[in-house]
Design a binder for this molecule. Sequence first.
Ligand SMILES: Cc1cc2nc3c(=O)[nH]c(=O)nc-3n(C[C@H](O)[C@H](O)[C@H](O)COP(=O)(O)O)c2cc1C
Length: 355
Amino acid sequence: MSEQLIRTPFTDLVGVRHPVVQTGMGWVSGPRLVSGTADAGGLGILASATMTFAELEQAIIEVKGRTDQPFGVNLRADAADAPARCRLLIDYGVRVASFALAPKPELIATLKEHGIVVMPSIGAAKHAVKVAAWGADAVMVQGGEGGGHTGPVPTTLLLPTVLDAVDIPVVAAGGFFDGRGLAAALSYGAAGVGMGTRFLLTQDSAVPDAVKQLYLQRGLTDTVVTAKVDGMPHRMLRTELVEELEETSALKRMGPTLRRTLEFKRTSGMSWVGLARDGREMKKAQGRTLAQMALAANTPMMLKAGLVDGDTDAGVLASGQVVGVIDDLPTCQELVDRIVTEAAAELRRASSYVV
Ligand SMILES: Cc1cc2nc3c(=O)[nH]c(=O)nc-3n(C[C@H](O)[C@H](O)[C@H](O)COP(=O)(O)O)c2cc1C
């Protein structure tokens, strides 16, 4: 692990050497990527929404076997078994709990009682204010350049509004890939950056190599935010399948949708009761319609087909717009090293302008 060049309230809070976070990406952020990031001095976050409870426990054990550095787990706050998963984090001494949606105040309190850092992801200043009032230790702000599901406002505008609204450390995500981005985020007042697509495109991510090559060929306008997969907006690589989905009617999508729902039920080990309970929770949390909930199992299955099985004809490939400026596959160590080295140089250069 390289020496610490930049120390921020986030590195102090979490106990990592560098203010760089590898975000939780379903099917992508597994033990190898997370421990690779942790060993490089950043914060790696396991994505648990696409794991069964038993798989999550196994993944935590595997990360702990690979590294002694701190790491995090991303959880779906609306999942029926969220409290049990939090208990797992407590039992195994996981350092950070990251949430895709705002967790309930009681859940935040329980995690904090056990010394776990709570860092929800948010897409609006008002959500940051809410979770900060509930005791969150930090927030990750995700601009529209990233996954799409947190809304269309770009990081450059979302970040300052969130920084104005809360006093806790803010990690900026959406569109970051290099040291200039880290220097810029710190200059805004953020305490670190989070990156998804950039870490997907490393040697340590388990995504099939042919799929990584497909990402590397993409330009800045080759992603699209679509709600046609499950009724929620997600940013995807613009592929033939995504273009077809965009053009096909809801009725025609129904057959394949049902097939994937059955498949997700089988692989996730969830019962119909469990799926329905999750659906009801989702509806409460996100105001989804019943038809949208019926589609909810589609995204995980279609992402799995693309990102795990490498079947790009049947699967979708989530991606940030940043894919258009990434053209290599470094190791996590090389990536984190060059980002912090470049950021430190950029911060020095920029401060030399001050008269
Ligand atoms: C392949 C992929 C899968 C993702 N899965 C999740 C997820 O399961 N939960 C979540 O909160 N965010 C997810 N995201 C969003 C990322 O965690 C992150 O916020 C986003 O990628 C940041 O933008 P960037 O790609 O421009 O760095 C995913 C993103 C990608 C690219």
